[in-house]
Design a protein around this ligand. Structure first.
Ligand code: NZQ
Ligand code: ZN
Length: 384
């Protein structure tokens, strides 16, 4: 196991009364910007619950943060915070609203163009405090310091990390997810699944606790996915999925481990160019990464095959083939196609995607840093 430091400051409020409890977490006298997306919170009752919990505080609303949140949409909110002297941000929605709010938090006091935080990795020294009410489990943004922001005019989708943008608290009420359309439920399940895979499917470093925690999340997602898709109002299934997604990317399962993240890097370029949902890009790319990196990932692939899918017979190559196939089938079983061609994108896309990776400095991906643009091209050829 590698050396590590672990610190996760986010307080989780979980359960049926999570939203009313947020009032205990926001400082008295706070001047709040409440951010949200395209309006789902106004249709499922979450907006009323949040506004009720915020009674007595000064609150300004900022809606319209879109999936794959855009710099162009977020900058007006940054100006609004500056103009009104707001000092607390409350994000209400899915990963896009949370990520967008993290960007607002660091942009407000940033000198110069805040896009530099993403493009030039400019250091971040201050951020406004953030609280979150999560309505779509998947990204893990509610309990991590990551944000992924798109600048549409540049077709760039870039990530930043700062310990300053972990939400102070996150309210997770599984009932808020009853209204999710099946596509978003499935996206969340696949995103969480792939977050685990990025941290698990590398090479062994004798970290059996992290391995078994990762496997537990994968097995739970596989078990709960059909339940939740069949019965969207099944509280327990929703609760289990929600907690799996948070645990998948709050840092715990990845401590002391090599990590991959090539699937995400390549997937982000697919979203930037073709506007395909984040999780769908992962379902397309991961089987390709598993296939092309099967020799470097051999031991973990065999462990995954046995412990997650119960594959114990046949020679090693056929067990690995079967594990890749079962992974693909799982994504397809929740309604997510795993081939780029199923989204109307063909092999002609590959040169542009590889060029984007180069432009964004993504030239040494994976746990060994050996996924060069040429290897990424080979991976993408597997994805068509
Ligand atoms: O905008 P509204 O109207 O709220 O509708 C949203 C949106 O259309 C809807 N939705 C959310 N909660 C709902 C609901 N509809 C009905 N009922 C509810 N309870 O779902 C749609 C998608 O929302 P979005 O927030 O875009 O989805 P998701 O949570 O999958 O977030 C995706 C973004 O997160 C980034 C992705 O790249 C993408 O930009 N990621 C963030 C990460 C992080 N911060 O750690 C890691 C991930 O790997 C990922 O990259
Ligand atoms: Zn993801």
């Amino acid at each position: 196991m590698f050396d590590f430091t672990f610190h996760n400051p986010t307080k989780i409020l979980f359960g049926k009364d999570a939203i009313p409890r947020i009032c205990e977490e926001i400082p008295a006298g706070a001047r709040v910007l409440m951010t949200y997306g395209g309006g789902s919170i106004k249709r499922n009752g979450v907006y009323e619950q949040v506004m009720h919990a915020l009674q007595g505080l000064e609150v300004i609303e900022y809606g319209g943060i879109e999936p794959n949140p855009r710099y162009e949409t977020l900058m007006p909110a940054v100006h609004m915070v500056r103009e009104h002297g707001l000092d607390f941000l409350l994000a209400v929605g899915g990963g896009s609203v949370l990520d967008g709010t993290k960007f607002i938090a660091v942009a407000v006091h940033f000198e110069g163009d805040p896009w530099d935080i993403l493009e030039k990795r400019a250091p971040v020294h201050t951020a406004l405090p953030i609280g979150a009410v999560l309505t779509l489990p998947g990204t893990g943004s509610e309990m991590n310091g990551n944000a992924v922001i798109t600048r549409w005019e540049k077709r760039a989708k870039l990530a930043f990390y700062s310990p300053l943008v972990y939400p102070r608290f996150a309210a997770l009420d599984p009932q808020t997810t009853f209204s999710l359309p099946p596509r978003q439920t499935s996206n969340g399940i696949v995103d969480a699944f792939v977050h685990v895979m990025e941290q698990y499917l590398t090479y062994p470093v004798n970290a059996p606790l992290q391995d078994r925690m990762a496997e537990a999340i994968l097995l739970t997602l596989i078990e709960q996915a059909p339940r939740v898709l069949e019965s969207p109002n099944d509280y327990d299934a929703r609760a289990n999925i929600m907690w799996c997604a948070t645990m998948a990317l709050n840092g715990i399962i990845g401590v002391g481990m090599p990590q991959d993240w090539a699937t995400h890097a390549i997937g982000h370029e697919i979203t930037a160019l073709y506007d395909i949902d984040h999780a769908r890009t992962l379902a397309i790319v991961l089987p390709g990464v598993m296939q092309v990196k099967r020799h470097q990932k051999r031991q973990k692939l065999l462990q995954y095959a046995e412990r997650v899918w119960g594959i114990t017979t046949g020679d090693e190559e056929s067990r690995i083939d079967a594990a890749i196939e079962r992974t693909r089938q799982f994504f397809e079983s929740v309604g997510i196609p795993t081939r780029l061609s199923a989204y109307g994108v063909g092999a002609e896309s590959i040169p542009a995607l590889v060029a984007q990776l180069k432009e964004h400095g993504m030239t040494a991906l994976g746990e060994h840093g050996d996924i060069t643009p040429d290897v990424a091209r080979t991976i993408l050829q597997q994805c068509i």
